[in-house]
Structure formats: structure tokens, C-alpha cells
Design a protein around this ligand. Structure first.
Ligand code: FAD
Length: 466
């Protein structure tokens, strides 16, 4: 992060008098300013409003939701371009708010299919796959109890045979957005159970947008500097003027923080900068294909993996929400390299991959298509965090306030629900509770959910084999 002196800060802000002033929110002097209108920022703002304090959310993009975004225009139906799976809906704080917001959450089918070449895995083969997954989870759990952290790759059993690439994809790029060699065994082991899921009919991003309605919010307002020199206030430099608040909640992703796009004065402590590096975002992207007339013969919200031979693989979610849409998700290093080659290359991969699995020319069946590129999305710069070896404690380091009035929140700032919307939400509530304490308002921060044993985590019950 580039250091900035007090002098350069004053010079940088001198010209701002001419910038358009803050709009309808009238929020130039809020009690608490929140940087970012993703899940963490929305949760924080709701909590602060409920406590009777004035908050303002400053959002760089021209929309709310951050990495949880539903598009309803590209395909004429709601399509989640970011988060889609609502994990553990019974305890997920966002899922619980859906009925009150008038949106429907329905259970995702349990289980997944496995494709081996051009046929489905037989029952025994699927059981072998699931048993191997359980064994790998257990091996990572065991390794995480060791003296020193290791990578998940180091912890894996060495006798997985030809199941290895499929299992590596499932646990690494699909589950965490990174290859197993880049993921801390301790971080993986600490993540909470995520094997029961739901979907929001109108889209997960639409649900978040609904929950943001009525909150004081300034869109298209990137914050470039957080000046925490003051004893009783923090000044923010934004593209549309300056704001002073008693406290600030920063929800920008770890990659945005590490990029130096958002500067701090005085500089953030090295341990917090290092924490951002250790909690860098993995790569996870979605290629969406319109496939009229169900050419793959799959069911609604059918999830499928392949018994891959190498890392060039993906997951398939078919007939999403009952529409003619297929989500082909790629991640890790392969997904990152593919996404860097652009939307055409991504669509070509997805089409060829499905053609290889089903033997019919899927290219002919494809209507519209679209692919996300989250690594290039300027205010995300990646998908979600997964700690590097030795990086799990960094999540706690980011929970430390900076100069007593700058609080960090976001999916990376959660020890067990990292990488999820629910985790981001809870971290936003926790940061809001901490900021409200400056005003003498004491409320109980949300408890971290109990971590269920990981050994069962990916072993969704097998679906019947056709
Ligand atoms: C493709 C994909 C699939 C995913 N799938 C799932 C899933 O199925 N289930 C699940 O639970 N999670 C999933 N996730 C993860 C989930 O989307 C994130 O964990 C969560 O949305 C992060 O919320 P957040 O508030 O921490 O950060 P963000 O959503 O990134 O919000 C931060 C906000 O801050 C803004 N911002 C950044 N810098 C500035 C600045 N300087 N000034 C002003 N504003 C700024 C950004 O524009 C953004 O709106 C997925 C993510 C991706 C990318």
C-alpha cells in the first residue's frame, strides 16, 4: 500500500470543493460511515440504523451488492453472477430475512452427479468418490491439528489414484477458489459446515438489494483515503467530497485493500497489511449458457462434476431455477488463466467441456452466453478469500480496530464463514456493534456458529444414477 503523508492528503483534498456535493442522503456528517454496499456494509448499516444512529454507505460502484449480484436483463430471468448458494439456510442470517423482504428461498436439491467420460458414474463409483472426499477432509482436519500449518495439498492422502484431479477440483477451485497447494489446512479445517443449501428464486443479489432498500447510500462514490489522524473523528476523501464521521467501517475486499486503491493515513500497521496479503482472494468465475430444450437431459438445479483427468475442469449447475440456463463454474489457477483470456475463450471452454461430456455438439444448442471476470472487477479484484499457509490467524488480525475508530468487515473477516455472504453479513454486524460501542451502545455481537466436523462436508448424499 502506498504511504501517504498528511501534506499529500491535504493537497489531494484541496480541489474537492468543486466536486459535486453529497446528494439526497444528506450524509456529510454521519455518526458512522461505511465503505462498501456489499453484504457486510448492508448488514452494518441496518444494525446502526436499528440502534438509532446515523450511518452512510459510500459505494464505489453504481449498484449495491458487491460480489453478490443478480442480473435480470441479460437472459430475461434473474441470474446470479456472484454468490448463488445460500449455505445452511436455517442459520444463515440473510436467508432468515428473505421472507420478510418478500423473496422466496427454496431448498437446493441434495447431492450431485458424477460424469465419467460420456456416462454417469455407477452407484459404487459415486460412493468411492464420496468416500475419498470424506477421507481427504479427514486428512486435512488431522493435518490442521499438527504443530505447524501446511497446505491442503500436503495434507491430502497420496493414494487417490485416478480420482485425484476430481477431488482436487472439488475441494480447491470449486470450494475455495484456489488450488489446494495455495490453501491453509487450518483455514480449511476451521470453515463451518456448508453442505445444506438453498437458492433465492429472485436471485441472491436481488435479496441483498432488497435488504439495502431505504438505507442511506451514496453510489458511484469511491473512497480514496481514510484519514484517522483525528482523535475524535475520521475524515474520508471520496470522489464526491469529504466526509467526517466518528467511526468508519471498511468492507472493501482484501485484494482492494492490498492494491492501495484505498489509502490510510497514518499507514495501516504492517500486520494488517500482511493479513490482507495472506487472505488474498481466489479466482472463481461463472460461464452462463442458454441451453433451450434441455439438451443434456438434466433436472432442475442438477449439480454435476466430472471425473476429471487434469485441472481443466468445471462444475455444472443445470436448468438453474427451472430456466434454460447452465452455470459452468471455473476456479483456481486454471479458472484464473482462462478468465484472463476473455469471455470468448471462457464460453468456448464451457461449450467444448460439455460437448466432451455428452458427446453431442453443445455449441449448436447454445443461445445467449455470458461469463464473469471477477478478477478484473475493479472494486472486488477477485472472488473470495482463502488463507495461504499460516494465514488463518490473519482473519483475527483484521478484526482489530485501527486507531480505535476504523473497523474492518467483510467475508475475509470471519473465522469460520469466510468466503460466504453469511460470513460477510455477520462480520458487518460485528463491526457495527464495535463501532456503536464508541457511542455507549452495547449490544451482543453475533455468535460464531459452531463448527461442525468437516469430515462430512462435501459428501452430499449421492443422487440416483440414471
Ligand atoms: C463468482 C462468485 C461466486 C460466489 N458464490 C458464493 C455462494 O454461492 N455462496 C456464498 O455465500 N458466497 C459466494 N461467494 C462469495 C460472496 O459473494 C462474498 O463472500 C460476499 O458477497 C462478500 O461480501 P462483502 O461485503 O465482504 O464484500 P463485497 O461484496 O466485495 O462488498 C464490498 C463493497 O465495497 C465496495 N468498495 C470497494 N472499495 C471501495 C472504495 N474504495 N470505496 C467505496 N466502495 C468500495 C465494492 O464495490 C463492494 O460493493 C461467491 C463470490 C463470487 C465472486
Amino acid at each position: 500500500m502506498t504511504p501517504i503523508s498528511r501534506r499529500s492528503f491535504l493537497a489531494a483534498t484541496a480541489g474537492l470543493a468543486a466536486a459535486p456535493a453529497f446528494g439526497q442522503s444528506g450524509g456529510s456528517n454521519p455518526d458512522i460511515a461505511i465503505i462498501g454496499a456489499g453484504a457486510a456494509g448492508i448488514a452494518a448499516a441496518r444494525r446502526i440504523a436499528a440502534a438509532g444512529k446515523r450511518a452512510i454507505i459510500l459505494e464505489a460502484a453504481d449498484r449495491v451488492g458487491g460480489r453478490c449480484l443478480t442480473d435480470a436483463r441479460k437472459f430475461g430471468v434473474p441470474v446470479d453472477l456472484g454468490a448463488h448458494w445460500i449455505h445452511m439456510p436455517d442459520i444463515n442470517p440473510v436467508a432468515k430475512l428473505a421472507p420478510g423482504a418478500g423473496l422466496d428461498v427454496y431448498p437446493a436439491p441434495r447431492g450431485q452427479r458424477l460424469r465419467i467420460g460420456r456416462r454417469y458414474a455407477r452407484e459404487g463409483e459415486l460412493e468411492d468418490f464420496l468416500a475419498a472426499l470424506v477421507r481427504c477432509n479427514r486428512a486435512i482436519q488431522d493435518a490442521a491439528r499438527g504443530k505447524a500449518d501446511v497446505s491442503c495439498a500436503q495434507a491430502m492422502p497420496k493414494d487417490l489414484g485416478d480420482l485425484q484431479p476430481a477431488i482436487e477440483f472439488f475441494l480447491g477451485p470449486f470450494g475455495c477458489g484456489k488450488d489446494l497447494k495455495d490453501i491453509s489446512a487450518v483455514d480449511f479445517a476451521k470453515s463451518a459446515e456448508r453442505d445444506i443449501d438453498a437458492f433465492c428464486r429472485q436471485g441472491f443479489g436481488a435479496l441483498l438489494a432488497k435488504l439495502a432498500e431505504g438505507l442511506p447510500l451514496e453510489l458511484s462514490t469511491p473512497v480514496s483515503l481514510v484519514d484517522a489522524f483525528g482523535r475524535s473523528a475520521v475524515e474520508l476523501v471520496t470522489a464526491r467530497g469529504r466526509i467526517t464521521a466518528r467511526a468508519v467501517i471498511v468492507t472493501a475486499s482484501t485484494n482492494v485493500l492490498a492494491s492501495g486503491k484505498l489509502k490510510f493515513t497514518p499507514d495501516l500497521p504492517k500486520r494488517q497489511l500482511d493479513a490482507c496479503d495472506r487472505l488474498s482472494l481466489g479466482s472463481y468465475d461463472r460461464i452462463i449458457l442458454e441451453l433451450p430444450d434441455n439438451p443434456l437431459g438434466l433436472e432442475r438445479d442438477d449439480l454435476l462434476f466430472e471425473k476429471a483427468e487434469n485441472e481443466r475442469t468445471a462444475s455444472l449447475l443445470a436448468n438453474v431455477g427451472g430456466a434454460n440456463l447452465a452455470f459452468i463454474d471455473v476456479g483456481g489457477k486454471f479458472g484464473r488463466d482462462l478468465a484472463a483470456r476473455g469471455e470468448r475463450a471462457m464460453t468456448a471452454f464451457a461449450t467444448e467441456w460439455l460437448t466432451g461430456l455428452y458427446g453431442t455438439d453443445i455449441g449448436k444448442a447454445v443461445g445467449k452466453s455470458h461469463a464473469t471476470q471477477w478478477n478484473a472487477s475493479p472494486w472486488a479484484l477477485g472472488a473470495f478469500s482463502a488463507a495461504a499457509v499460516g494465514g488463518q490467524p490473519s482473519r483475527r488480525v483484521l478484526m482489530e480496530p485501527f486507531r480505535d475508530r476504523v473497523f474492518f468487515a467483510g467475508e475475509a473477516v470471519h473465522e469460520t464463514l469466510w468466503g460466504t455472504v453469511g460470513g460477510a453479513w455477520e462480520s458487518g454486524e460485528r463491526a457495527a456493534a464495535a463501532a456503536l460501542r464508541l457511542f455507549g451502545i452495547v449490544s451482543k455481537p453475533p455468535e460464531q456458529p459452531k463448527v461442525a466436523p468437516q469430515v462430512q462436508r462435501p459428501a452430499r448424499a449421492p443422487r440416483p444414477v440414471r
